[in-house]
Write a protein that binds this ligand. Sequence first.
Ligand code: FAD
Length: 290
Amino acid sequence: MKAAAFAYARATSVVNALELLAAHGDRAKVLSGGQSLMPTMNLRLISPDIVVDIGGLRELRGIAVKGDVLVIGALTRHADLLNSPEVAAHAPLLRDAVTHVAHPAIRNRGTIGGSLAHADPASELPACIVALDATIVVRGSGGERRIAATEFFKGIYETALSSQELLVAVEIPVAAEGSTFFFQEYARRHGDYAIVGLAAHAVVRDGMFADLRLGFFAVGDRPLLASAARTLVDVAITSAALAEAAVTLASELDPQEDQQASSAMRRHLAKVLLVRCVATLLSRPELATG
Ligand code: FAD
């Protein structure tokens, strides 16, 4: 199938992009890498009157450390995240996750801003930025807004962005001393959307979690920052403590049933990931098998 007819405008600056969006209201769509927008238009799931192409705005691309924050421009491509020494040093969770996003051709075009704005609940990067306690920077005609990652995702393909705003950057606190990360997903084939996945960030001191953030994906209508993690902080991790966390996790999950897996299967896999994650972060394989 091909998209319905639409007008095309190539923005020359962020201000110009915002003017174009304001002029067309809900009938305009932002185009970054096009890896989700164009298939959606080709399937005629959406038919915008105009596509505002921001792909040429170099000011929205790049990765830099500013003070204790890693700033990633919205147009930074998945392939850039994979190859960035700053990401490897300060937020390696993103690098680990990106290897699971689709395939090289898509990673060469798709952007972090597009992935977050698209807000597919089975996507890797939204769960990562929730686990990393990131802030999303958004710009509209009234100025800039900063939104905590946990407040950004509102439902399936729904975010706190209005149709008149651009996602311009993501800010991630640089990893604290003792930080350790875990990323794993179950998918039918490498590069497919996950059946269930987990992106986690922990600070480990003296064999215990001083902090633990568990970002599950494909377990509900948005990435889940599991409060089950709280039961594991500042306590000795035993099989009993893990079992208690698994019970809390079960009460937070709201997985869909689809062609890939039943809801019960997703619940089971989320629990398996929780146990593996904790065992890996603490380097205690006996927990995963106990
Ligand atoms: P676009 O397609 O340009 O835009 C996506 C949406 O976000 C549109 O609604 C657009 O209007 C909006 N948008 C884009 N940028 C902005 C911005 N800066 N401000 C406001 N709104 C914006 N994704 C995964 O996460 N995991 C996968 O495993 C995966 N596999 C895929 C496999 C295939 C075969 C394909 C075609 C896609 C796959 N995707 C996957 C989806 C895709 O890779 C991501 O959603 C994509 O990278 C989005 O980035 P983009 O720059 O291409 O966004």
